[in-house]
Design a protein around this ligand. Structure first.
Ligand code: TRP
Length: 407
């Protein structure tokens, strides 16, 4: 981002207060409890996922909603009611999500949208396309084209290791698929024609000194929202609606996409937005792959996991045991508790922990031990599954082809 534009975004004021910074490149807030998500919903013009929507999801799917929704981690949406109506009417839609491959090893935060996407795919039984934006990382980072593509394939292994079904899932690298698919490039061009430089300046803060690759990139992230980009999967149908699970920082891309959709004869994509996965140091910022001590990586050993949590996980507990017993712990800022809400499946146990930590009965050390006990086996199992993924399997997932669905 150009410096001037970055400053402008940083100093954005809403109602006289300095607003949280939330864009695809930066997430920061001055508040220890993290980004004010209610204000974000208002600012972005999305809708909160409320009890009524959750009840409808459960009614339509006939099963309890995923704990990431129940606990408010996926907290915002656009047009989810439309998707549920399509599902009730047995009409088709598909899922689209993605990842910018900037490092070899993913961290825990990267898993969240994919874990939830897998649940969505299993629940609704629909095709899934996963965009690896190696072109984006080439343009934004100090990476060669070859390295960016290599990282895309490496990241695909982590995604595949989560257990996606190859018959229902297409994973693609932009650098590769753009050259393979006339349809994809044509969709990109249609989007490019509808968006002016002025508009992307306003949405993304691009400036006069940003390279033109960046300026046109949003069209490439928009294109997979339209089924016209995948003629093999959708039998050349251009009007199959799409649902995008993503972290809320990606919303600017899809506000732009929804704006152009009717003008290119496509459907506006629906969205499900998640909160950010906090850094070990606290919810002022999200986990970042470029700061190893802020994150737990999927390649970390059991010992590294234990040490990072014990050493860095910000505690909402009292400064001394006496103070903690007297005043209790604060779950709203306690990073170990926050992580438990993402990864502990047992609702009753989580509620008990919240109660006894808040009252001061449970000490921070117990919370950390509980978290370490969940994350060590989870990461170890992932590491093991990932090791077994072969280059052939990656190529299979990344080959443009018809999936098991007929259109
Ligand atoms: N830009 C995203 C990133 O840097 C990657 C991405 C592409 C994506 N398409 C997406 C994320 C759709 C969510 C949904 O991580």
């Amino acid at each position: 981002m150009a410096e001037d534009a970055a400053k402008e975004v940083e100093n954005l004021k809403v109602d006289g207060e300095v607003a949280d910074v939330v864009n695809p490149w930066e997430v920061t807030t001055s508040s220890a409890t993290g980004v004010d998500y209610d204000k974000l919903v208002e600012r972005f013009g999305s809708s909160k996922i409320d009890d009524e929507l959750i009840a409808r999801i459960e009614k339509v799917t006939g099963k309890p909603v995923h704990h990431l929704v129940r606990r408010g981690i996926f907290f915002s949406h656009r047009d989810m009611h439309t998707i549920l109506t399509l599902y009730e009417q047995k009409k088709p839609f598909y899922l689209y999500t993605g990842r910018g491959p900037s490092s070899t090893s993913l961290h825990l935060g990267h898993l969240i949208p994919f874990i939830f996407t897998k649940w969505l795919q299993e629940t609704f039984n629909v095709p899934l396309v996963i965009q690896l934006t190696d072109d984006e990382k080439f343009l934004w980072k100090d990476l060669s084209i070859d390295e960016a593509y290599r990282l895309a394939r490496e990241n695909a292994k982590d995604i595949i290791a989560l257990g996606f079904d190859v018959n229902k899932t297409f994973i693609f690298s932009d650098l590769e698929y753009m050259g393979q698919s006339r349809a994809f490039y044509r969709t990109v061009c249609r989007v490019q024609k509808c968006v002016t430089f002025n508009q992307v300046k306003g949405i993304f803060g691009f400036g006069d000194s940003d390279c033109i690759g960046k300026i046109s990139f949003p069209a490439i992230q928009a294109a997979p929202s339209f089924s016209s980009s995948f003629p093999e999967i959708f039998n050349k149908k251009a009007d199959i609606p799409c649902l995008i699970p993503c972290a809320i920082d990606q919303d600017p891309y899809f506000r732009m996409t929804r704006d152009v959709a009717p003008r290119i004869g496509g459907k506006k994509p629906a969205l499900l937005h998640s909160m950010f996965f906090p850094a070990l140091q606290g919810a002022q910022t999200k986990m970042s792959a470029s700061d190893p001590n802020s994150s737990i990586f999927l390649t970390d050993t059991n010992n590294q996991i234990k040490n990072k949590i014990n050493k860095y996980a910000f505690s909402g507990g009292g400064a001394t045991v006496e103070e903690h017993k007297e005043k209790g712990g604060n779950c709203d800022v306690d990073v170990s508790y926050q992580y438990l809400t993402f990864f502990m499946e047992d609702d009753a146990k989580l509620a008990e922990i919240k109660k006894t930590y808040t009252s001061g009965e449970l000490l921070t050390g117990y919370l950390k031990k509980e978290l370490i006990g969940i994350l060590q086996p989870l990461v170890a199992a992932h590491r093991e599954r990932r090791q077994k993924i072969t280059e052939e399997e990656v190529t299979q997932f990344m080959t443009p082809r018809k999936l098991i669905y007929d259109y």
